[in-house]
Write a protein that binds this ligand. Structure first.
Ligand SMILES: C[S@@+](CC[C@H](N)C(=O)[O-])C[C@H]1O[C@@H](n2cnc3c(N)ncnc32)[C@H](O)[C@@H]1O
Length: 338
C-alpha cells in the first residue's frame, strides 16, 4: 500500500491535490492534528472530501498515520511540515474549502508570542488560499490566546463569523479532540470560532516558491582550493527575504573540491544544503549546488551561490567571473555575460 504520508519536500509547488487524491473533491485541512482523533472522525464523517492533516511533530504523524490506516480511510493524506509551508507553497490560491485549527500551542510567555501560529500574517495567507465561503474553525482553551485570536480575526477584512458573536464557549455538535477532552475534564473553558472566508479579495503577497535551473558560476582565480579554505570563516548574508549562513567549509581528500555547509531560510521554507566549489581540468572553478539531500534550487539558492562565488572572487585581485546561469546579476552593479 502506498503511504498516506507524503514526502512534503518533494511535492510540486503548488501541489495538484486532485491528482494526489485521484478525484476532484472539496479540500479540507486540519492543522496540528496531534493524536489524530479529530482527523479520523472528520474523514469518517466526510467521505466525499479530500482531507490533509499537517503536523510538525513526528510522533504525532506516526500516531495519526496508524489511526487513519487502521480505520481503512482513503480520503486522508498526511504531511510533516509547518502549516505555513503547506498553505504558502503547496496550496493554490482559492483552493481550500475548510480549515480546522484545534487547540494550537498557546505559547503563553510574552517573549514567545511571535511563535503563535495564528496572527494577522497567517490569517492573510489563509485568506489567499481559501475559497469564498470556505469555513475556518478554531478552538482554544487558553483565555489569553483566545483574546489574541479574536483581535487578529477582527483586524482581518477577509473573514466573518458564521455566528452573531466572535466565538462561543459551548458546542455540543462538534467532533472533540483529545486535547479538548483533557481541557474540559480539567474544567477549562473552551473558545470555539466558526468563521467563513468572505468575498473581499485578499492580495496574494505569498508567491509560491519556484524551482530554477541548477545554478552554476564559473570563475577564475590564482588561488588553490586549500588557499580558499584557509581564508574561510563562517559568514552570514541577508538579502531580500533570504537569510544565508555559510557555516563550514570542507576540503575533499583529493583537494579537487570544497563543500560549504550552508543554511538558507527563505519564506516559507528553510533548507540545509551543500554548496560546492569544484576545480575543473581546465583550471577554472565552478561554484554550484551539491546534490546531497536532493535540495531544490530556489531563488534563495541562486542568491547563496552568487554570494559564495563573489566571496571567492573577492579573495584575490585577479579573481573574476567567467560566466554563470544565475537569474540574477553577479556582484554589486556588475553586468556579466550569462
Ligand atoms: C496543543 S496540540 C493540539 C493537538 C490536537 N489538535 C488536539 O486538539 O488534541 C498542538 C499541535 O499542533 C502542532 N503544531 C504546532 N505548530 C504547528 C505548525 N506550525 N504546523 C503544524 N502543526 C503544528 C503540534 O505539534 C501539536 O501536535
Amino acid at each position: 500500500m502506498t503511504s498516506i504520508t507524503l514526502p512534503e519536500r518533494h511535492l510540486p509547488w503548488p501541489t495538484p491535490w486532485v491528482e494526489i487524491f485521484a478525484r476532484d473533491a472539496p479540500l479540507l485541512v486540519e492543522i496540528g492534528f496531534g493524536g489524530g482523533h479529530f482527523l479520523r472522525d472528520l474523514a469518517q464523517k466526510r467521505p466525499s472530501a479530500n482531507i490533509i492533516g499537517v503536523e510538525i511533530s513526528l510522533p504525532s504523524l506516526r500516531r495519526g498515520e496508524r489511526k487513519i490506516v487502521h480505520a481503512g480511510l482513503s480520503n486522508v493524506r498526511l504531511l510533516q511540515c509547518s502549516a505555513r509551508y503547506l498553505f504558502w507553497a503547496l496550496c493554490a490560491p482559492g483552493s481550500v474549502a475548510e480549515v480546522y485549527i484545534n487547540f494550537p500551542d498557546p505559547w503563553p510567555k510574552a517573549a514567545h508570542h511571535q511563535r503563535r501560529l495564528i496572527n494577522e500574517s497567517f490569517l492573510h495567507l489563509l485568506a489567499t488560499r481559501m475559497k469564498v465561503n470556505g469555513r475556518l474553525d478554531i478552538a482554544t482553551d487558553h483565555a489569553d490566546y483566545a483574546q489574541w485570536i479574536t483581535e487578529a480575526l477582527a483586524q482581518m477584512p477577509y473573514f466573518d463569523s458564521r455566528l452573531p458573536v466572535p466565538f462561543v464557549t459551548e458546542d455540543n455538535e462538534r467532533l472533540r479532540t483529545k486535547y479538548e477532552n483533557i481541557a474540559l475534564a480539567a474544567g477549562r473553558t473552551c473558545h470555539y470560532y466558526k468563521w467563513r472566508r468572505n468575498e473581499t479579495p485578499a492580495p496574494d503577497t505569498f508567491p509560491p516558491p519556484e524551482e530554477l535551473p541548477m545554478p552554476h558560476v564559473i570563475l577564475e582565480t590564482p588561488l588553490s582550493l586549500p588557499d580558499i579554505e584557509n581564508h574561510f570563516t563562517p559568514f552570514h548574508v541577508a538579502e531580500d527575504d533570504a537569510h544565508i549562513r555559510f557555516m563550514e567549509m570542507f576540503l575533499a581528500r583529493d583537494e579537487a573540491s570544497l563543500l560549504v555547509d550552508t543554511y538558507l531560510k527563505e519564506e516559507p521554507m528553510a533548507q540545509r544544503v551543500g554548496l560546492q566549489i569544484r576545480l575543473r581540468p581546465s583550471g577554472d572553478l565552478v561554484v554550484g549546488l551539491h546534490e546531497l539531500g536532493f535540495p531544490r534550487p530556489t531563488s534563495g539558492i541562486h542568491t547563496a551561490v552568487r554570494h559564495l562565488a563573489d566571496w571567492v572572487v573577492s579573495l584575490h585581485s585577479e579573481g573574476h567571473i567567467v560566466r554563470h546561469n544565475l537569474q540574477q546579476q553577479m556582484g554589486e552593479g556588475t553586468d556579466l555575460p550569462n
